[in-house]
Design a binder for this molecule. Structure first.
Ligand code: CA
Ligand code: CA
Length: 291
C-alpha cells in the first residue's frame, strides 16, 4: 500500500465510462447499467474508486454530480467504510423526485493518515429494494482533490545554511529549499552535512526529498535528520538506512514521518550514503508541520 510515492496536493478528474476512469476504478458491479449517458447503480449495485493521498495532504474532497437515492462512503482500506452522505426518497416525494441531481462535495480529510496511501470512495443505492438507485452524472465527471500544507522551507533562514560548497553557486545547498525541483544541491561528497536555522521554532511532522535532473545513483540512500534549539545539542528526529528512493528525475520520495513533535529552531541533515559513486545530489528537501 505504501510503495509508491505520492505528491502532496493533487487533483484527479475523469468521466464515468472513460479510459481515465480505469486508473481509479477498483470495482463496479457487472450489472450496473447505464441510465441514459449516466452511471446508474440501482438495487445492490455499487462502484468503488480509489485515489492516492499523501501523508502531507491536509485536505481531501470527492466531488460528483449524483442524484436519486445515493449513499457515499469512504474508507482507507476498502474494508471498513464510513457513510459520509446519503439520501433516501421521502415518503411524500413527487413522482419526478429522482431528478435531484446536484454536485456532492464530500470532505474526506479525516481519511488522510500519517502515511502515503489511498482513500476509497463507494457509491451505492441508499435503499436497495425500491428502485430509485443513484445516478452519477457523466457530463459533470468525477473529481478528487487534495490540498498540501505550506512547507516549512519558507521559514528557513537562508543566510544560516551551513554546508560544503556545491559544484557551482547554482548547485549550492540553498537550492534544496527554493521550492524548485529544477535546481539542485550537487557536490563531490557522498556524505554531506547540512545545518540551518529557522526564522522561528517549528514542529516537524514529515519530510521528503525530491530527486534531481539526472544520475539517480547520487540520490541519498541513508541519512539522519536532527533538530536542536542551540545548534550544539542535537536530537535525532528520523534515521533512515537504505531507503527505497525514486529513480525518476524531479520526483518526490515517499513521506518520512517524524514522531517527535517538539519545536526546534535548528536542523541538521546528515547524508550517510548515496546509491553509488562519490557525488551527492537532490533538488529539494521538503519538510512539513506536525499535524
Ligand atoms: Ca433505491
Ligand atoms: Ca531546488
Amino acid at each position: 500500500m505504501f510503495t509508491t510515492s505520492v505528491a502532496a496536493g493533487q487533483s484527479y478528474s475523469f468521466k464515468p465510462f472513460s479510459d481515465d476512469e480505469k486508473k481509479y476504478l477498483v470495482e463496479v458491479t457487472k450489472d450496473a447499467g447505464k441510465g441514459g449517458d449516466d452511471r446508474f447503480l440501482d438495487g445492490k449495485n455499487y462502484i468503488i474508486y480509489r485515489f492516492p493521498v499523501s501523508a502531507h495532504d491536509k485536505y481531501a474532497q470527492f466531488t460528483a454530480k449524483i442524484g436519486a437515492q445515493y449513499k457515499i462512503s469512504a474508507s482507507v482500506d476498502n474494508v471498513n467504510y464510513k457513510v459520509m452522505e446519503e439520501a433516501v426518497k421521502p415518503a411524500d416525494a413527487k413522482p419526478d423526485w429522482g431528478a435531484n441531481r446536484e454536485l456532492r462535495n464530500v470532505n474526506v480529510s479525516e481519511f488522510i493518515t500519517a502515511y502515503d496511501g489511498y482513500i476509497y470512495i463507494k457509491i451505492e443505492d441508499a435503499q436497495n429494494d425500491n428502485g430509485w438507485g443513484p445516478y452519477i452524472v457523466t457530463a459533470n465527471g468525477i473529481k478528487f482533490t487534495t490540498i498540501a500544507p505550506v512547507g516549512l522551507q519558507k521559514l528557513v533562514d537562508v543566510e544560516s545554511i551551513d554546508a560544503q560548497a556545491g559544484f557551482s553557486e547554482n548547485e549550492s545547498a540553498p537550492s534544496i529549499f527554493d521550492g524548485n525541483s529544477k535546481t539542485k544541491y550537487c557536490l563531490p561528497n557522498p556524505t554531506p552535512v547540512i545545518t540551518w536555522k529557522m526564522k522561528e521554532a517549528v514542529s516537524v511532522g514529515s519530510y521528503k526529498f525530491t530527486t534531481a535532473n539526472d544520475s539517480p545513483e547520487r540520490t541519498p540512500k541513508s541519512w539522519t535528520f536532527y533538530g536542536s534549539n542551540d545548534g550544539t545539542t542535537w536530537t535525532v528526529l528520523s534515521k533512515i538506512e537504505g531507503a527505497a528512493m525514486p529513480t525518476d528525475f524531479f520526483t518526490d520520495s515517499k513521506s518520512y514521518i517524524v514522531n517527535n513533535h517538539d519545536k526546534f529552531t535548528f536542523f541538521k541533515l546528515e547524508i550517510t550514503s548515496v546509491f553509488g559513486g562519490d557525488l551527492c545530489q537532490f533538488s529539494e528537501f521538503k519538510f512539513f508541520p506536525a499535524p
